[in-house]
Design a protein around this ligand. Structure first.
Ligand code: F6P
Length: 532
């Protein structure tokens, strides 16, 4: 049965009717202990959800929903390595990538995955040490100074976000670049500035067939080999590495076997930061710091696996999200890290959430019967206050927010951090409580729900905890909606159509059978393609 047909869902619907009329300010006035009641601390992270539009009864009903959906059983199956990615008949064992204890994690096929995980981590350590200590050199004998990751989606967003987030921990002599877009404006200006003798390319692609990545990788290879001349073979052997689950394809591309870093089909692309996909990050911060990030994620894994529902941070995040989306009708989610270093966190979460849960059918083809993933967007505070926050305050649309902030700045300059936090706390206060004014144009209605996550500092361990919390949140929501968060069939159609249309862009005489709009766009392009 679809979750929306269960008594637990019906009870929440009825409860929402009464709570929809209530204002957050009334909920606070009624309960002086509201912060204490509706906040949770685990592993040094504070999760304050007192400004959500919930009561103790809401939480009990949400916990009953989690029970009805058998989320804990789904979690057990994930940790046991069962094939919870049903459409692809695979386990989803990103948790194994940060498993830190001796006990074994078993793959569904009965294989212990940990020896492979540890072997790749050891290979990453050797390579990172060699590059960072300048033992590994380019074709002309120079130390590596620039690292360019070529990848897209899950092979880009995670390491890109984390490299920015941990800039304070980065090797001072290495610059890390991320190229993802097919638009030559991504790769070309970088190549202009880079020195082929000191640049290392990492081609990151689970499938090693993704059009954007392979096109950029070929262009980068041409650039490097042209510069290397007679030393082309050496340049390829030393300055091109690959991270992939399709090693045969990478070898065909010309990657040297000892520079092939593997991950496996049981790691979803958007959950792969913890694998060798994190190589550019590990090169930037060093393998010890990368390990600390894995430790933080593992601590969150254990919390998610073991904590009871209403003391379980990711599960609470999931349930509050479902409450907002399905019962209060809030289909957006604004993510506001008050941290310039975390400015790409919303982009990263956008893929994690919308590609995982942007689905309306259950694995058996039956409809979920309810909305699923939120429309997720955001940006770094306080910049966002001067961009879209006006709409949150007075736009008349219910939009929940997640605020994320740190007790200590990773780039301390006197006086900055207090002002930043004052703005962060002020925004959630303003959104929740609003303000009256004799001039209605200046009044803010408030009643916009938000949660605030506070962390001691943005270090590798804390970043690991934070990302893992959101991963589990999104997976727990999928389990409740009854969808598979690990496939993404929807993105395939556009890829197929682009391949069909390419000949018609290359050759004006080609006449693909397509709709009138696409035909019109192709015609316009051919009339303008040579315009200066
Ligand atoms: O956008 C579709 C997608 O398959 C993502 O799920 C994935 O992260 C991305 O493309 C890149 O895929 P690959 O790592 O195989 O190049």
């Amino acid at each position: 049965m679809s979750i929306s047909g269960t008594p637990a869902w019906q009870a929440l619907s009825a409860h929402a009717e009464t709570l929809r009329q209530r204002h957050i300010s009334e909920l606070f006035a009624e309960d002086p202990a509201r912060f204490k009641r509706f906040s949770l601390e685990t592993g040094g992270l504070l999760f304050d959800y007192s400004k959500q539009r919930v009561t103790a009864e809401t939480l009990e009903l949400l916990a009953a929903l989690a029970d009805a959906a058998e989320v804990r059983e789904w979690t057990r199956r994930m940790f046991a390595g069962e094939a919870i990615n049903t459409s692809e008949s695979r386990a989803a064992l990103h948790i194994a990538l940060r498993h830190r204890e001796e006990s074994l994690l078993m793959h569904a096929s009965g294989e212990d995955v940990m020896p492979k995980v540890r072997a790749t981590q050891a290979q990453m350590r050797r390579f990172c040490d060699a590059v960072r200590d300048a033992g590994h050199r380019g074709y002309a004998g120079d130390p590596i100074r620039a690292i360019v990751n070529i990848g897209i989606g899950g092979s880009d967003l995670g390491p890109r976000m984390a490299t920015q987030a941990l800039e304070a921990y980065s090797h001072p002599a290495l610059s890390i670049h991320y190229v993802s877009n097919l638009d030559a404006a991504d790769l070309a200006p970088r190549l202009e500035k880079l020195d082929p003798r000191t640049t290392l390319f990492i081609v990151t692609s689970k499938t090693f067939t993704t059009l954007e990545t392979i096109s950029n990788a070929r262009t980068a290879r041409d650039w490097l080999l042209a510069a290397a001349g007679d030393a082309a073979d050496l340049a390829m052997a030393r300055q091109f590495v690959a991270v992939t689950a399709a090693p045969a394809e990478a070898l065909k591309f010309g990657i040297a076997p000892d520079h092939l870093f593997e991950f496996w089909d049981w790691v979803g692309g958007r959950f792969s930061l913890w694998s060798a996909v994190g190589l550019p990050l590990a090169l930037a911060i060093g393998m010890n710091a990368f390990d600390a990030m894995l430790d933080g994620a593992h601590a969150m894994d254990k919390h998610f696996r073991d904590a009871p529902t209403l003391q379980n941070m990711p599960l609470l995040m999931a349930l509050l999200g479902i409450w907002n989306i399905n019962f209060l009708g809030a289909w957006n989610l604004s993510i506001s890290p008050y941290s310039q270093s975390l400015r790409s966190f919303p982009d990263y979460l956008q893929q994690l959430d919308m590609e995982s849960n942007g689905k309306s059918l259950r694995p058996d083809g039956s409809p979920v019967g309810a909305r699923t993933a939120p429309v997720l967007w955001g940006g770094a505070g306080s910049n966002t206050q001067h961009a879209y926050f006006q709409m949150l305050h007075q736009g008349g649309v219910l939009i929940p927010s997640d605020f994320i902030a740190f007790a200590v700045s990773d780039f301390p300059l006197p006086g900055h951090h207090e002002k930043l936090l004052a703005n962060c706390f002020a925004q959630s206060e303003a959104l929740a409580f609003g303000s009256e004014h004799e001039d209605p144009l200046r009044a803010c209605p408030g009643n916009q729900p938000s949660s605030t996550l506070l962390l001691p500092r943005l270090d590798p361990y804390r970043l690991g905890q934070l990302i893992a919390a959101y991963e589990h949140k999104i997976c727990a929501q999928a389990a409740i909606w009854g969808i598979n968060p690990f496939d993404q069939w929807g993105v395939e159609l556009g890829k197929k159509l682009a391949a069909r249309l390419l000949p018609a862009l290359e050759n004006p005489d080609a006449t693909p059978a397509c709709d009138a709009s696409t035909t019109g766009l192709l015609g316009w392009y051919h009339r303008h393609r040579n315009a200066t």
